[in-house]
Design a protein. Structure first.
Length: 458
């Protein structure tokens, strides 16, 4: 256990009672020696090699400290998988830990044990593969399969069960399938509403508000995304390391709720820090930031000198100032003198609230809901089984030293729970696709990295 938790005054007495070994980032060797000494004495030590609780519902990177402990203590390693724990109050499902309402007063959790591994053979990769095999064993024994119709194809139901295990969905979501009816992805999205109560299925984007819509597509239907969806999944049906194109950016909304008109074309403006827009690197998955550049005023028309000049146009939500000079024309001619403006209106509480609302609308329009690109996944075209997916990066506490990532560039996403993986030299082979089924899926030229993402190298 991390020493920060171990040293809590109300918890330390219990940790000592059950023989917990504190682990410090600055004194990791002390913990390795203490565990190795306990193993040599014949003690059974329970380790959590991830070092943290998953916030996305999938297995995190396994720290390699347990390898040294097993070798120095000359002890076998027994892989263990806790099935059903994610979703309880002791998990981060929904972004909350211990502060959410329990789903059941007696919450069921199944513990699955694997075969003992020799200390020299128990590497992080071997243990991870063993954990995935145990997750497949637990997945096929769940009571959820009792809700599946034996007369129907079990592939969409299995895809929905696995996809519902990870962290991306919210209560009240509306699932939109952009694939034609009858396709495996279309049937998978429909099955999600059976697995996730309180959700809805649609096959046309105008049937639901964009703030609740989660769209599912392939590369063939990627151009049908509007960029206003809360989330978007794009599932590849052939393994490739080509990145997905970014989603369309929705037009900014005016105060009336309609798309705002484009500003009148003017001469090229001079770049300035206040009018620049910072674009995030799409492959680095950094959050988009920046502001909106206010539209430039149109050039003043030439009018007879004996006629009064009209007041200039003022953009919505801005307050004109008599001291502001118009921008340079950029044509080489001297710019005209400042035009008389309307007298400023005193700001009362209503006008301040109106300006705040306009600024909030502009800020919301500057950040498209779906981010820089859709979430990626891999749907095996031969078996129809959904094997991998990306999820949104979970929010981490400010003082947390370890990061957890739901997406990673140039990968097919993380391997979903309930699947067994083997890594021969020519690629990866994934099995346990369905209960009592010999079906397997092979991805040539792919490998699993330390964080559980599938990387295609060809």
């Amino acid at each position: 256990m991390w020493d920060a938790l171990y040293n809590l005054w109300w918890l330390k007495w219990l940790m000592r009672l059950i023989g917990t070994v504190p682990i410090s980032a600055t004194r990791a060797k002390d913990a390795i020696r203490a565990v190795a000494a306990a193993l040599k004495e014949g003690e059974i030590v329970c380790l959590f090699p991830e070092g943290q609780i998953t916030r996305h519902g999938m297995i995190n990177e396994l720290r390699k400290g347990f390898e040294l402990m097993a070798r120095q203590g000359d002890a076998q390693v027994i892989p263990v998988y806790l099935d059903g724990l994610y979703g309880s109050i002791f998990s981060y499902q929904g972004g909350k830990f211990f502060t959410k309402r329990p789903k059941h007063l007696r919450y069921p959790v199944a513990v699955h044990f694997g075969e003992p591994l020799p200390p020299r053979a128990a590497t992080a990769e071997v243990v991870r593969h063993a954990m995935h095999a145990l997750s497949a064993e637990a997945f096929h024994q769940r009571k959820s399969w009792l809700h599946a119709d034996p007369a129907d194809d079990l592939v969409p139901f299995a895809n929905a069960l696995r996809l519902a295990e990870v962290e991306w969905h919210r209560p009240g979501d509306v699932f939109l399938s952009l694939e034609p009816a009858g396709t495996i992805l279309h049937r998978t999205v429909k099955a999600l509403t059976q697995v996730l109560p309180g959700t809805k299925f649609i096959d046309h984007p105008t049937h639901a508000p964009a703030s609740h819509t989660v769209a599912f597509c392939t590369r063939a239907t990627l151009n049908q995304l509007t960029g206003q969806e809360r989330l978007a999944f794009c599932l590849d049906t052939s393994p490739t390391n080509l990145p997905l194109p970014p989603t369309p950016t929705p037009p900014p909304l005016s105060g009336s709720g309609f798309p705002s008109q484009s500003p009148i074309p003017t001469n090229p403006p001079v770049a300035s820090a206040s009018s620049s827009v910072a674009l995030a690197n799409e492959e680095a998955n950094a959050p988009r930031s920046g502001g909106l550049r206010p539209p430039l005023s149109p050039p003043t028309p030439s009018l007879p000198t004996d006629l009064p000049l009209p007041p200039p146009l003022t953009p919505v939500g801005s307050v004109a100032s008599a001291k502001e000079a118009p921008p340079s024309s950029g044509s080489g001619f001297p710019s005209q003198s400042p035009l008389p403006t309307n007298p400023p209106v005193a700001s009362d509480s209503s006008s301040v609230a109106h300006r705040a609302k306009e600024e909030a609308l502009a800020k919301e329009a500057a950040s498209p809901p779906t981010g820089s690109r859709p979430l990626r996944g891999y749907l095996d075209s031969e078996t129809g089984i959904l094997l991998t997916t990306e999820v949104p990066d979970p929010q981490m506490p400010p003082a947390h030293h370890d990061e957890q990532f739901g997406r990673r560039p140039h990968t097919l996403g993380r391997l979903l729970p309930g699947l067994t993986i083997a890594s021969p030299p020519e690629g990866v082979t994934i099995s346990s696709l369905l209960p009592d089924s010999p079906l397997t899926a092979t991805i040539p030229g792919a490998k699993m990295d330390e964080q559980g993402f599938l990387v295609v190298t060809v």
